[in-house]
Design a protein around this ligand. Structure first.
Ligand SMILES: Cc1ncc(C[n+]2csc(CCOP(=O)(O)OP(=O)(O)O)c2C)c(N)n1
Ligand SMILES: [Mg+2]
Length: 352
């Protein structure tokens, strides 16, 4: 199956995202989501290294363009988005409040996990963000099931997206989910971020095909390949993939090539990543690539860039200060039963 192509990206993006925003506005919005995610994650990392975070910290540094473009190409309140550990920017772009991540990492009972999970398993199921089960393929099957469920109920026109890493594309759950979605021609978009490593295992020890997008072909799924560091290209390709899925062309596999610009988690210095890779085109920082495009196109000035950075810092400062002052779960005064405590359920207003 060959890759679908388009020749008028500006029109396609505007059409597929169903807004009247110009490409410039769309791009700037995307950049600001990327920047907000990066600013938050830098702060969370620094709190982790200061011993202020319980549990692990996993960042999406270097993957913000790819993740943001997916989040922006979906419609909050209509579509499904199942993010993974590197999707802070996609979560924000799709509609997750900044406070959700901040409260989760800081263990606030007002967070979506009520202080019971410290980092990555939060979701907003009622708003189309299922809580992440595992980074390793499970969410492909979950979203496939959600889409099938909608079909049984006669609901049409909603797209479901799930992200996956290069390592995750070798798991059974990935292949089983994609196969079922292809047979049923479900509107599933799989966003595979090939960041070259699964923890410390490089691509060369993970798969023998030339390109991960080739994995789509055997299943009858439409493949897309994109420079995952370039926000413009990611917006173009994701808007097309989401549109194809919505229009009934079945599952779409979008593979973005990029590099993880951090360790697997903040406990890992990633020293096994080769210098050659870091110095290659894959190692470009998507934030800097986006800034360069805005300057070249005269969409923004250096003064704008500074103002947006300060705005992101201020939002993060506010969120962290709010979450730090909120109560943590108190094991001595709580009486809760995990499956029968209504106040733990999303939408409940009362807290422990
Ligand atoms: C069964 C199982 N083994 C190992 C892990 C630990 N683990 C979580 S993510 C990950 C690497 C995943 O690599 P990839 O799919 O490329 O995603 P990336 O981390 O690069 O985004 C590993 C080994 C796990 N969660 N579950
Ligand atoms: Mg990987």
């Amino acid at each position: 199956m060959s890759e679908p192509t388009i020749t008028t990206p500006q029109l396609e993006i505007a059409r597929a995202t169903a807004t009247e925003q110009s490409l410039k506005d769309l791009f700037i919005d995307g950049y600001r989501w990327m920047l907000l995610a990066r600013t938050l994650e830098d702060k969370i990392a620094s709190l982790y290294h200061a011993g202020k975070i319980v549990g692990g910290v996993y960042l999406g540094r270097g993957q913000e363009a790819f993740s943001t473009a997916l989040g922006m190409s979906l419609q909050h309140g209509r579509d499904i988005f199942a993010p993974l550990i590197r999707d802070q920017s996609g979560r924000l772009a799709f509609g997750e409040p900044l406070l959700d991540a901040t409260r989760t990492y800081l263990g606030s009972v007002r967070g979506p996990m009520r202080g019971r999970d410290g980092n990555i398993h939060r979701g907003r199921p009622a708003e189309g963000i299922p809580a992440m089960i595992s980074h390793l393929g499970a969410m492909i099957s979950v979203v496939t099931g959600m889409l099938l469920g909608r079909r049984f109920r006669g609901i049409e026109g909603q797209v479901g997206a799930a992200t996956i890493g290069d390592g995750g594309t070798s798991t059974g759950a990935f292949h089983e989910g994609m196969n079922t979605a292809a047979i049923e021609k479900l509107p599933l978009v799989i966003a595979a971020a090939n960041n070259q490593y699964a923890y410390s295992t490089p691509n060369t020890s993970q798969f023998a095909c030339a390109d991960l997008a080739d994995r789509a072909i055997g299943y009858g799924v439409e493949p897309h390949r994109v420079d995952g560091v370039d926000l413009y290209e990611c917006l173009r390709v994701f808007s097309l993939a989401v549109e194809r899925a919505r229009e009934g062309h079945g599952p779409q596999l979008v593979v973005g090539k990029l590099l993880r610009l951090s360790g697997h988690g903040e406990h890992d210095d990633g020293s096994y990543v080769s210098k050659n890779l870091k110095d290659s085109l894959l190692g470009r920082d998507c934030i800097e690539v986006a800034q360069q495009r805005m300057i070249n196109e005269e969409w923004a000035t250096a003064v704008d860039l500074k103002a947006w950075e300060e705005e992101a810092r201020e939002k993060v400062r506010e969120a962290v200060s709010c979450a730090q002052q909120e109560p943590k779960p108190d094991p001595f005064s709580e009486r809760w039963v995990n499956l029968a405590s209504a106040w733990l359920i999303e939408g409940s207003s009362s807290h422990a």
